[in-house]
Design a protein around this ligand. Structure first.
Ligand code: KIV
Length: 273
């Protein structure tokens, strides 16, 4: 008699991310916004999936992350959660759902945890959102910080160029990172800052940092999936490494399908009932 052992999958937790930093193991994070892709990247061994508000750009075609709503983020997050067996799923609080008051921030975070089944939330900013971060943490909801280039503030900064090149801005970023750690955040995303600052901040913190354009010395890396798969071809920042050219692959496949349908080659004898 064969004995079938139920395969137990060890889920990634915030504690495990801390242990990974402690033993010097890098953390791999990618974005996902739908069930099918989340399933593939979870199977492939990704540690953290971010349901980023970059869904506003890559899924909905908006120019910025500002228009996406809490309901839309919950829809994307719930789809991802249904697919995931192993990865930790972190969900962005969208613009306008946590800056007004800490009470509103907590209500937004609770909706994401309850309605989507998320494991943690991410907020952009430092000292200016401290009350919101603390209020969410006090409800037992894990919080990931996000410093450096914070796309929800694009109209304040005016460009998507590298942040914190100046000493004063770098010092403020380091202070904000220390503050977020003190509040109890379990990790911080560092976006588009000089590699040396990424190294310094990562070394000074106990909690893990996850970089995107922040150099090789952060404790992990994150990319937007559509960018690393070559779906968003026109987006070419220096920090982006492309691992596939899906845009060309999909275009070729669809061109062949259109030709086959029009020529009558599809469906053939073996493809009909
Ligand atoms: O929304 C997003 O995809 C992000 C990553 C770029 C970190 O915040």
């Amino acid at each position: 008699m064969s004995v079938h052992k139920a395969q137990t999958i060890k889920k990634v937790t915030t504690h495990q991310l801390q242990e990974m930093k402690n033993r010097g193991e890098k953390i791999a994070m990618l974005t996902a916004y739908d069930y099918s892709m989340a399933r593939i990247i979870d199977d492939a061994g990704i540690d953290v999936i971010l349901v980023g508000d970059s869904a506003s750009n890559v899924m909905a075609g908006h120019e910025t992350t500002l228009p996406i709503t809490l309901d839309q983020m919950i829809y994307h997050a719930a789809s991802v959660i249904r697919a995931v067996k192993r990865a930790l799923v972190v969900v962005d609080l969208p613009f306008g759902t946590y800056q007004g008051s800490s009470g509103e921030a907590l209500r937004s975070a609770i909706r994401i945890m309850k309605e989507a089944g998320a494991h943690a939330v991410k907020l952009e900013g430092g000292a200016e959102i401290k009350d919101s971060v603390q209020r969410i943490l006090s409800a037992g909801i894990p919080v990931m910080g996000h410093l450096g280039l914070t796309p929800q503030s694009i109209y304040k900064f005016g460009t998507y160029t590298v942040r914190a090149r100046e000493e004063a801005e770098a010092a403020k970023l380091a202070e904000d990172a220390a503050l977020l750690e003190k509040c109890g955040c379990f990790a911080i995303v560092l976006e588009k800052i000089p590699a040396e600052l990424g190294r310094k901040v990562s070394k000074s913190l106990q909690i893990p940092t996850i970089g995107i354009g922040a150099g090789p010395d952060t404790d992990g890396q994150v990319l937007v999936m559509q960018d690393m798969l070559g779906i968003t071809k026109e987006f070419k920042p220096r920090f982006l490494r492309r691992y596939a050219d899906l845009s060309t692959i999909v275009n070729d496949a669809v061109t062949r399908y259109v030709n086959d349908v029009k020529s009558g080659d599809f469906p053939n004898e073996s493809e009909k009932y």
